[in-house]
Design a protein around this ligand. Structure first.
Ligand code: AVJ
Length: 320
């Protein structure tokens, strides 16, 4: 881990790049090609995701925000103040920052794979809340979980909003939550946002919006991959698909080739025929009881659940 700002650290570029290239090659060479959803988040991707959160069709962000607005005082009472608040996938840090007045953490640790975007957000936040110690970590926490020594050990509250857990399969989610539990000590907890199962039309619209912002967000993965492994994907030769797969209980995003094409990258390449797809994201939707069962199988005890009147989204507090 190398120092970025005074206290914003990042994986060493060389080791990270070798790993990133291996992972991308494995996915692109596979018969059913895939790109991990984490590659949706370069600086532009993070901005496009911010724009998605403003869309009328994309209900999760505002539904979750309404839950925090309505139940914030009780959530703060349950979660406690003076914690080390560890924000997983912090992005622009806006969700955590809106809770600072209620949660009054003693330390705020923002983690995001999009290190550059995170650094800018933290710079602004430090000026607004000078009394809170802040750390920024540019790292991928999806497959391993080792918090550097700057992260205080006492009373960690992990904040995992927005239903980002949905990017994992339920099996992967359990592995991830177990690793998280391992970082909680005896007195830690998690405050997690979970998107609930709902009608297909609402889900289809949320992931295939009229303006095409989600399409741009998905297609941007190709630009990012071009940059990361020296590939020559022609973004204009691909189209976005985003839809709810009811049988699998998940939204899927794919990129579909609109014509036959040869794509090259450093050390390799591949032919894609018109209609071939690259799977870029799953976003699992949970029944409330299944989300609680998953947390409990992972070693947590769910203490409180807050939802909106339509029961579209749930915020769950679970303790170690
Ligand atoms: C950030 C993973 C929660 O799955 O809803 C938004 C990402 N993808 N639109 C989600 C996303 C397409 C989002 N998460």
């Amino acid at each position: 881990i190398t120092l970025m700002h005074t206290s914003c650290t990042q994986d060493p570029p060389r080791a990270a790049n070798a790993h990133v290239a291996d992972e991308l090659h494995a996915g692109l060479d596979a018969p059913d090609a895939w790109i991990s959803p984490k590659f949706l988040y370069d600086a532009l991707g993070s901005r496009l995701f911010e724009a998605i959160c403003e869309l009328p069709e994309y209900y999760p962000t505002r539904t979750e925000a309404a839950i925090f607005a309505r139940h914030g005082a009780e959530i703060a009472r349950v979660a406690g103040s003076g914690t080390t608040l560890v924000d997983l996938g912090a992005g622009n840090c806006a969700k955590a920052a809106s809770l600072f007045p209620l949660l009054a953490p003693s330390q705020y640790v923002a983690i995001d794979i999009s290190a550059e975007f995170l650094g800018d957000a933290l710079l602004r936040l430090r000026q607004r809340f000078p009394q809170i110690a802040m750390e920024g970590l540019g790292m991928d926490f999806s497959t391993r979980f080792e918090l550097p020594p700057q992260v205080r050990a006492e009373r960690r509250l992990f904040f995992y909003p927005g239903s980002s857990l949905g990017n994992f399969t339920p099996e992967e989610a359990q592995g991830f939550l177990r690793r998280l539990r391992g970082q909680c000590g005896d007195d830690g907890a998690v405050l997690i946002g979970i998107d609930l199962v709902k009608d297909k039309a609402t889900l289809d619209a949320a992931y295939d919006d009229a303006l095409g912002v989600t399409a741009a967000f998905n297609l941007n993965a190709l630009r990012h991959v071009n940059h990361l492994i020296g590939a020559d994907f022609d973004v204009k030769a691909w189209r976005h698909h985003g839809f709810y797969n009811e049988a699998r209980g998940r939204v899927e995003m794919h990129l579909e080739a609109t014509r036959n094409q040869q794509v090259h990258w450093t050390g390799g390449g591949r032919h894609f025929a018109a209609g071939d797809r690259i799977h870029t994201e799953n976003s699992y939707k949970y029944h409330q009881a299944d989300a609680i069962a998953l947390l409990e199988r992972s070693g947590f005890e769910a203490t409180h659940v807050w939802t909106d009147p339509q029961r579209w989204f749930a915020v769950i507090h679970a303790q170690a």
